[in-house]
Design a protein around this ligand. Structure first.
Ligand code: UGA
Length: 434
């Protein structure tokens, strides 16, 4: 099928590449000329394992194109996906101005008697589909025929390509049989379970799913506190409850809290949506509170051990909001670095992929930059592990101990084996483990 995807960020670009890879003709539209020029040169603006190969392969096969022109994109497409950002506003509610703008741009180029399906893939509040349909109706020529569908995306950064190619489920929210049938045809090659719903339910599924995952994380973090107070081990507790198939072990890793461009924003949005609908979701406010406290408690424990943070040399491993990505947006690791700098600690950071963006966005001003994990720990009074990159667990810890001034490790992601580091003589603190 002929598909147009408006917005070439994480969701748009990865979806476009995957749709092309299963045989569809895809044109990706982005209003950022620099980004489109990069893509046309074969350069990928984001780091995502497997994405570069996929894009290059499908561009070469002439199934994947890029343009800055909405008209060019929409003109030749049967289905138009909207995958533009829906950033948070200061009160937590969602800024839908990009969606509204794209809806108007699409409306302006729709032609009479050419049926189009307009699909919302961005994460949006329930009832946005109705607004998109109203907007297109209002700004298009008479006689234009279209349907609006909600098709939320569940990919995770760092494994976006496999998540998209082999999804747990595909949610298609549509109120028209014709549109739903076209969507089912697009997804046929993926051979994944498809759930068809009305538009409102599909929109709600996305916020409810992300909020539930965040709830699981805050739940295990609250359990971790009880483990710390009682001498139990949160990893064992998570294994024990996770072996119940009704619960599952995923998203039960205790740590310094969830971050990234999705969970914090989506939980805040779901709270704002429920408030707006007159059904305040107090449980989610507690999820947010526990999450914020995890980092504060971690810094408190570091401060307790070092007594004063001022002028102490602290090495921080990890800046990205999770491993296998270069994304540093709303990263708890960055917040930790900033907290330490605010207390006048002398911070040296290292991250395998996140350094460039952290510097570019001026997120870690005042921190020293190391070129390796070992360089970061030189003369340090403490080492903080803020992101669980696999390569950190493979570092030679005997060498780390030689390089550090005092052998203190604060593992905010339970990456290391306590017995291993303690045997080397480290004073080791982690989350929810004695
Ligand atoms: C999340 C969802 O997992 C995706 O399904 C969804 O499509 C995406 O948001 C989105 O809305 O676009 P993502 O933000 O890429 O994906 O990352 P996750 O792997 O979910 O991790 C989010 C945060 O939770 C990270 O900071 C991670 O460190 C933290 N986390 C995750 C924990 O603290 N503990 C866990 O057990 C799991």
């Amino acid at each position: 099928m002929k598909l147009c995807i408006i917005g070439s960020g994480y969701v748009g670009l990865v979806s476009g590449a995957c749709f092309a890879d299963v045989g569809h003709q895809v044109i990706c539209v982005d209003n950022n000329q620099r980004k489109v020029e990069m893509l046309l040169r074969g350069e990928i603006p984001i780091y995502e394992p497997g994405l570069e190969e996929l894009v290059l392969k499908n561009v070469a096969a002439r199934r994947l194109k890029f343009t800055t022109s909405t008209e060019e994109g929409v003109d030749g497409a049967d289905v138009v996906f909207i995958a533009v950002p829906t950033p948070p506003q200061p009160d937590g509610s969602v800024d839908l101005s990009y969606i509204e703008q794209v809806a108007r741009e699409i409306a302006a180029v729709l032609k009479k008697d050419q049926y189009r399906v307009i699909v919302d893939k961005s994460t949006v509040p329930v009832k946005t589909g109705e607004k998109v349909a109203d907007t297109i109706r209002r700004y298009s020529k008479p006689g234009v025929v279209f349907d609006v569908v909600s098709n939320p995306e569940f990919l995770r950064e760092g494994c976006a390509v496999p998540d998209l190619m082999k999804p747990d489920r595909i949610v298609i929210g549509g109120n028209s049989e014709r549109a739903v049938a076209m969507m089912q045809k697009i997804y046929e090659p993926f051979m994944a379970p498809v759930l068809v719903t009305d538009v409102n339910s599909a929109e709600l599924i996305k916020h409810a799913a992300n909020s539930f995952l965040a709830l699981k994380i805050s739940y295990i973090n609250a359990v971790a506190r009880i483990c710390e107070a009682s001498g139990a081990d949160v990893e064992k507790v998570a294994d024990g409850i996770g072996m119940d198939r009704r619960i599952g072990r995923n998203f039960l890793n205790a740590g310094i809290g969830y971050g990234g461009s999705c969970f914090p924003k989506d939980i805040a949005a779901f709270i704002a949506i429920s408030d707006h609908l007159g059904e305040p979701f107090h449980l989610l406010k507690e999820v947010q509170r526990i999450n914020a406290q995890q980092r504060e408690r971690f810094i408190d424990r570091l401060r307790d051990k070092l007594w004063v943070l001022r002028d102490k040399r602290v090495a921080v491993w990890g800046l990205t909001f999770k491993p296998d990505t270069d994304d540093v947006r709303s990263s708890v690791a960055i917040d930790v670095v900033r907290d330490l700098i605010a207390e006048k600690a002398l911070v040296t950071v290292f991250d395998p992929k996140g350094m460039e963006k952290a510097v570019e966005f001026k997120l870690i001003e005042g921190a020293h930059l190391a070129t390796s994990a070992l360089e970061a720990v030189k003369d340090a009074d403490a080492l903080v592990i803020a992101t669980e990159w696999k390569e950190f667990s493979a570092v030679d810890f005997a060498r780390v101990k030689e390089l550090m001034h005092t052998p203190l490790i604060f593992d905010g992601r339970n990456l290391l084996e306590p017995a291993m580091v303690r045997a080397l003589g480290f004073d080791y603190t982690s989350i929810g483990r004695a």
